[in-house]
Design a protein around this ligand. Structure first.
Ligand code: ATP
Ligand code: MG
Length: 420
């Protein structure tokens, strides 16, 4: 073991498991790429103020979980704890919303950082794939995003997830509800910090995971009874579109999410197999966020799916992704001359688009064949001095075990043909 270990709450992704992570990122982004979402990449850190204003001063993310730092130049930065604020900042800065084509549809994939108490499915460095549709208020857009996330999970083979759906109202109806809720909450037996939360963001008290708090919340005024007509109609439309698309969801009026910027549609994907860290992804509409960070009114909706927890969900369901073997041809040279010749063949194969690997380090036949097996290659090329003298290489089909001599000059063409 080396002197150094990965920092607390982080882990390394190494082969072969890392291949699953790549496949999950690919599977989540594929439906987005096919639906008009363009790729965006933003810095891993931002001005701390962006998150304070964008995510919300009273959220756990900002008060407890953010990695902040002061640069040598005196700038206050934070490692990004989430993607939406950065993406919206970048869209505004790049004037993407003025290019005349709304909504601006973007997808991203990257690392996020939260100083959390590490546990299964909860890390300090984790990875998300996300999508944002900026600048349009249209229930079809909310439905589109939920349908695409559902499609992504299904394409991976996940089945045991549920979609929780709620509406948080808007600036018309939420204030009255907020007050009604505050009045109710102030009478409860709650700790100091939660009492403070009642005054800053009472809806988030509904999200409290503690059983004793949840028990006291029965009988709390329901947002559903306070939604204005516009919000009700909007939400009914989203629900109808999901139903028409055959996407099953559950109404969950307690779903408020841990970020301040959400309005109207909010949703979460939860998975049975994950214990208490059951959320694999979530999102919603954030019609006020642009103005909160100094932009024009740009009603928007988005989601972020956690790659780490999606992989855990796959493992919990026992889903094995059908990943193609990384190597198709493995070359085993016996002797110096064969090393040069077979490495030439491997280079040619690679240039022809065939995934090929090589027994490095001049190992004996037995060890090299073991590596060939482990590589998952369909074919092995073996050549020794006698083969080269005859101008051939031995081509072994690793599935059938059959072996035949192939003229060296035809090896690449033969393999390309066989591998289709
Ligand atoms: P939770 O309620 O579990 O803390 P969250 O509401 O903070 O989740 P979001 O901010 O909505 O999570 O992030 C979207 C997704 O990113 C989550 O559903 C989850 O899959 C993933 N995620 C969030 N925080 C972490 C973390 N610390 N470690 C691993 N994955 C995470
Ligand atoms: Mg969290």
């Amino acid at each position: 073991m080396s002197t150094f270990q990965a920092p607390k709450g982080t882990y390394d992704l190494t082969p072969p498991r890392s291949a699953t992570f790549l496949a999950v990122r690919e599977a989540i982004s594929a439906p987005l790429r096919d639906s008009g979402y363009g790729y965006i990449e933003t810095p891993g850190f931002e001005n701390v103020e962006l998150f304070a204003r964008g995510v919300g001063e009273s959220t756990d993310i900002v008060t407890k979980e953010m990695y902040t730092l002061t640069t040598k130049g005196g700038d206050q930065l934070a490692l990004r704890p989430e993607g939406t604020a950065s993406v919206l900042r970048a869209a505004l800065e790049g004037n993407l919303h003025k290019a005349g084509n709304l909504p601006v549809k973007l997808w991203y994939s990257g690392s996020y950082y939260r100083y959390e108490r590490p546990q299964a499915g909860r890390y300090r460095h984790f990875s998300q794939v996300g999508a944002e549709a900026i600048g349009t208020e249209d229930p079809v857009l909310d439905a589109e995003l939920i349908i695409l996330a559902d499609q992504a999970y299904r394409s991976l083979g996940l089945r045991q997830f549920r979609i929780l759906l709620n509406s948080l109202g808007d600036k018309e109806c939420r204030p009255a509800y907020r007050e009604a809720l505050q009045t109710f909450l102030r009478d409860l037996d709650l700790d100091e910090e939660t009492r403070r939360r009642i005054e800053i963001n009472p809806l988030r008290v509904l999200d409290d995971k503690r059983a004793d708090v949840q028990k006291q919340l029965t009988g709390a005024p329901k947002l559903r009874d306070h939604l204005c007509d516009a919000c009700k109609t909007y939400h009914e439309e989203v629900r109808a579109l999901l139903t028409a698309a055959g996407v099953a969801f559950e109404d969950d009026e307690k779903l408020v999410r841990g970020l301040d910027y959400y309005t109207r549609t909010t949703f979460e994907f939860v998975h049975h197999g994950l214990g208490s860290q059951s959320a694999v992804g979530g999102g919603g509409r954030y019609d006020g966020l642009s103005e909160m960070i100094g932009g024009p009114a740009l009603p928007s909706v988005g989601w972020a799916l956690g790659v780490d927890r999606t992989v855990l969900a796959l493992e919990a369901e026992g889903v094995e992704l059908d990943l193609p073997a990384p190597t198709s041809v493995y070359a085993v040279p016996l002797g110096e001359e064969a090393r040069r010749v077979l490495f030439g063949v491997v280079t040619e194969l690679r240039r022809a688009g065939v995934a090929a690997d090589f027994a490095f380090g001049g190992r004996g036949l037995k060890g090299a064949m073991k590596s060939a097996n482990r590589s998952g290659a369909r074919y092995t090329l073996v050549a020794g001095e006698r083969d080269l003298a005859e101008g051939v290489v031995q081509l072994k089909d690793m599935e059938s075990g059959e072996q035949s001599a192939v003229p060296l000059a035809e090896a690449v063409a033969e393999l390309t043909k066989r591998l289709g």
